[in-house]
Design a protein around this ligand. Sequence first.
Ligand SMILES: NC(=O)c1ccc[n+]([C@@H]2O[C@H](COP(=O)([O-])OP(=O)(O)OC[C@H]3O[C@@H](n4cnc5c(N)ncnc54)[C@H](O)[C@@H]3O)[C@@H](O)[C@H]2O)c1
Length: 448
Amino acid sequence: MATKKKSAGRPKASDKVAPAKGKLGVMVVGLGAVATTMIAGVEAVRRGLAKPIGSLTQMGTIRLGKRTDNNSPLIKDFIPIADLNDVVFTGWDIFKDNVYESAKHAGVLDEKTLLQLKPYLETIKPMPAVFDQYYVKRLHGTHVKKGKNKRDLANQLIADIRNFKKKVDRVVMIWCGSTEIFIEPTAVHESLKAFEKGLDTDDIGIAPSQIYAYAALSEGVPFANGAPNLTVDTAALIELSKKNAAPICGKDFKTGQTFMKTVLAPAFKARMIGVSGWFSTNILGNRDGEVLDDPQSFKTKEESKLGSLEYIFQPELYPDLYKDIYHKIRINYYPPRGDDKEAWDNIDIFGWLGYPMQLKVNFLCRDSILAAPIALDLVLFLDLAKRTPSLRSIGIQEWLSFYLKSPQTAEGLYPEHDLFIQSMKLKNTLRHIMGQDLITHLGLEYYD
Ligand SMILES: NC(=O)c1ccc[n+]([C@@H]2O[C@H](COP(=O)([O-])OP(=O)(O)OC[C@H]3O[C@@H](n4cnc5c(N)ncnc54)[C@H](O)[C@@H]3O)[C@@H](O)[C@H]2O)c1
């Protein structure tokens, strides 16, 4: 369908999205496979060497008005998001490697591509990280900040943020660091006051990812979490996010297997097809796989991956179809595959009169190739949220659930995992903030 550019939107006076003027600084925690693939990719796109495939902000369109209006501009022409040429990267890592060296080590992008980008990638050198091996057993950090307690470490990160703010106009932070051990929220997470006291007393419930998030939110900087760690999904940090108008969203990039789950499960449910079992297994050989080989980090990932089916199937509403699903997830570290993960799903389903059937999905994907555009979109959309009066002070940006395995919601609200509901929610949020009519897909007006 041909797209026709019209004057984009009619912003309400109360919700005028501020323009994306000047430089957007992106602070990346963990310059590993995903982060370096994102950074190198952005530079390749800026130089016209490749297309930003997989990125909704760069390639997606949005329908405005009726189907007969024939008006579907690019999202980036409709809303004021930062131009890629205005994006500036920096970050922290527990190893000293610059982004070129780290990308080479990750082995996601080929040598030829990396060599073309080398002069730029070498300029991004990580700042020393806040790290404690207690929270990621398989890593031994060598490029790490020292501090007398967790409060001191948070203050050092705040100093890093303030320094960076001198060079750019706006800042967003994203966690692309390793998966930390499974932590349940405790009293220290119940309020901002308790959390700040916990920083002073080195509370064990405060992992490094929470210290970064605290530093970002304290500075009014939006924060995204690409890993499944307990990070901003606590009352304490939600409070800080609202207090300082620093948007947050859910966690854990929704890339391979869970992406497919949240497409297939809604299809079964829409047709009232029953499911008795869903066995998901993965092999991967990158550093992420090595970290997840530790049972405590795996537990964090498992919890994040398990949630989606339960919420999509709503067994309490459909006991005959989904009450007894056996759902199992396995992740095995298998070095020969590097970043080229392979996932298998065996799904036992049943149809009319209970007759059983099976579906097999074998996804040979590239983990970081799928994750990089998600990381980029999250950063650009969080920056947009920060510039939008009706979004910046509400804390959780549920409309970004589209990108995440574990969406975050207001207390008492169940999360939407269905990818197509999430996509509609995201696009309607964009229409809403730009003063456009929402699209309900009712469509009766075409038959008047
Ligand atoms: N690739 C995907 O498809 C995908 C999908 C969902 C979630 N994730 C998550 O994204 C995260 C990054 O994945 P990856 O494949 O890039 O892993 P990676 O191991 O290549 O990179 C992680 C980087 O974080 C660094 N790091 C660890 N702790 C840190 C700290 N406290 N401070 C600063 N740096 C720290 C490590 O040194 C490493 O360089 C992981 O938690 C992973 O589970 C990835």
